[in-house]
Design a protein around this ligand. Structure first.
Ligand code: NAD
Length: 325
């Protein structure tokens, strides 16, 4: 460990965190992960993995027991539309995630650990700019006057401001990204917290050719989806740059949910019909605006949705087959 760079990944048992640990290990870091749980789909590659609750300030202090070169704060109480937009989880989402962010920042300040990445979300963008599915506005400067459509978005907005206040007041090197729908293998694919790419891949994989799948709403709502590898690339580049953000990390390949379902069917080689059913939906349209990231980091995501969805579909198909054994 002598001379080796050290990284801390909060939320290392989650989807993005577990991939990030692998990536940092490949770069030669000594990595500590912390989460309420171990990664669900494979053994962690972290050198040290602490099972702990970051809502507890003592746990945070114990975990930040040295001066880390890089901290990635990804821990949050979160899920897809079925978790965030029903209203039932609002107080838990706000209380748990805000407490984690307050504690992690204080623990880092106490150890003079300065370089911290924070994952905010496209959910902070105002509802009034996302009513037209063909023309959503998500440039970074459109965040205010604030009007997120969920309490999840409000908590993220508060925490963005918290990270940037610590930068101004305590000289901490905090960086804020706004992720737009990250997807890929080894992410939640069933159980209620899964996001639309995983949910649609699962539905397509488990339905015989010629059958029917359900899609929430009319399926004309638009979104963009970013493959996990590009999310990690953008996050690491942002943390190591001079730019604090907030900046979008997302794809600008916008599709309707019906098109996303069609793509999953094409990958599977199946023809299925779509039954539109009521369900929690979120905004009508959303797409990443990548002008600022291109300008500030000289890099922007470029992989196609089809490429990432193909890998994800095959991984979910394998999970289904294993679940049946
Ligand atoms: P995830 O739910 O898979 O990972 C979050 C992890 O945080 C989970 O493993 C969870 O157990 C852990 N956690 C929750 N409460 C905790 C606590 N009290 N103490 C310790 N650990 C705790 O989510 P993800 O998709 O990997 O997202 C990572 C981050 O990126 C989150 O902050 C999320 O809000 C943000 N984000 C993700 C997306 C996306 O599309 N995945 C989009 C926008 C923002």
């Amino acid at each position: 460990m002598q001379g080796q760079r050290k990284a801390l990944v909060c939320g290392a048992g989650g989807f993005i965190g577990s991939h990030l640990v692998k990536r940092l290990k490949r770069e030669g870091f000594w990595v500590r992960g912390v989460d309420l749980k171990y990664p669900e789909f494979r053994e962690t590659e972290a050198d040290d993995f602490v099972i702990g609750d970051l809502r507890d300030p003592h746990t945070c202090k114990d975990v930040v027991d040295t001066r880390f070169d890089e901290v990635y704060q990804l821990a949050a109480d979160m899920g897809g539309a079925g978790f965030v937009f029903t209203g039932e989880n609002d107080s838990a989402i706000m209380h748990n995630s805000a407490t984690i962010n307050l504690n992690v920042l204080e623990a880092c300040r106490g150890r003079n650990t300065k370089k911290i990445f924070y994952s905010s979300s496209a959910c902070i963008y105002p509802l009034y700019n996302q009513l037209d599915p063909d023309n959503p506005k998500c440039s970074e400067d459109s965040a205010y006057p604030a009007a997120p459509d969920s309490e999840y978005g409000w908590e993220k907005l508060f925490s963005e401001r918290l990270y940037l206040a610590y930068r101004r007041n305590y000289g901490m090197d905090t960086h804020v990204a706004r992720y737009h729908n990250i997807f890929g293998p080894e992410g939640t694919w069933r159980g209620g917290r899964e996001k639309s790419p995983a949910a649609l891949c699962r539905k397509v994989a488990e339905t015989p050719d010629g059958g029917e799948i359900e899609v929430w709403g009319d399926g004309k709502q638009t979104r963009s989806f970013l493959y996990i590898d590009e999310c990690l690339e953008g996050s690491i580049r942002l943390l190591r740059s001079d730019f604090p953000g907030p900046v979008n990390i997302g794809s600008d390949e916008m599709v309707t949910i019906n098109q996303l379902a069609g793509l999953a069917m094409e990958i599977a080689g199946k023809k299925l019909s779509i039954k539109h059913v009521p369900g929690p939906l979120g905004v009508r349209g959303r797409n990443s605006d990548n002008n600022l990231i291109g300008e500030k980091l000289g890099w922007r995501p470029s992989a196609s949705l089809k490429e990432g969805l193909t890998t994800t579909y095959h991984w979910i198909k394998e999970q289904l087959a294993n679940a049946k054994k």
